[in-house]
Design a protein. Structure first.
Length: 174
């Protein structure tokens, strides 16, 4: 019987050791659960930061692109007018070749009859105050070229769009 009781004693000790190990594992799992929650919270902050950062970079990219386009327009207008206040006759620029060679006078007259529609080609960099095409360059709202003939406005629009494909252009009925 001694042999049997020693065997039982050995099994009991192994079971106690196993129970201790399982208790430690359970405690470790409890701690791990808390660690996992902390990591998940940290990851959520990182994800929110990345989302915010990507939104900010998208807005920044859009703003940079708008500024680049505005600088390019200013450069083109200065080149076209020979620089500000220089009084030099306008140079022949690529923008001038866009305007119709000999437009019909009736198609370009400002509309005096309120029932006759006119059309204006606008540059939509600033949708609240879009610049208007004057036939020679971009001008402030109300100073652009008014087409009484929609077909001619569309033709000029297509030429401008071909020349400036990345610029947001629209035809408005006035």
């Amino acid at each position: 019987m001694t042999n049997f009781s020693e065997e039982l004693e050995q099994r009991l000790k192994s079971m106690e050791i196993e129970q201790e190990q399982q208790s430690r594992v359970i405690n470790d799992l409890g701690e791990m659960d808390e660690i996992i929650r902390n990591i998940e919270a940290a990851l959520a902050k990182i994800d929110n930061y990345r989302i915010k950062q990507s939104e900010d970079s998208f807005e920044r990219d859009e703003l940079e692109e708008t500024r680049r386009m505005e600088r390019e327009l200013e450069r083109m207008e200065k080149q076209e007018l020979g620089g500000p206040g220089k009084g030099i006759a306008p140079k022949r620029s690529s923008m001038q070749s866009i305007s119709p060679e000999q437009p019909q006078k009736t198609a370009l007259k400002p509309s005096t009859n309120p029932t006759t529609p006119s059309y204006v080609i606008c540059l939509m960099l600033n949708p609240k105050s879009p610049q208007e095409w004057s036939g020679k360059g971009w001008r402030e709202p109300g100073k652009g070229l008014r087409y009484t003939n929609l077909e001619q406005a569309k033709q000029t629009f297509q030429k401008l769009k071909k020349q400036l494909p990345s610029y947001p252009l629209k035809i408005f009925k006035r």
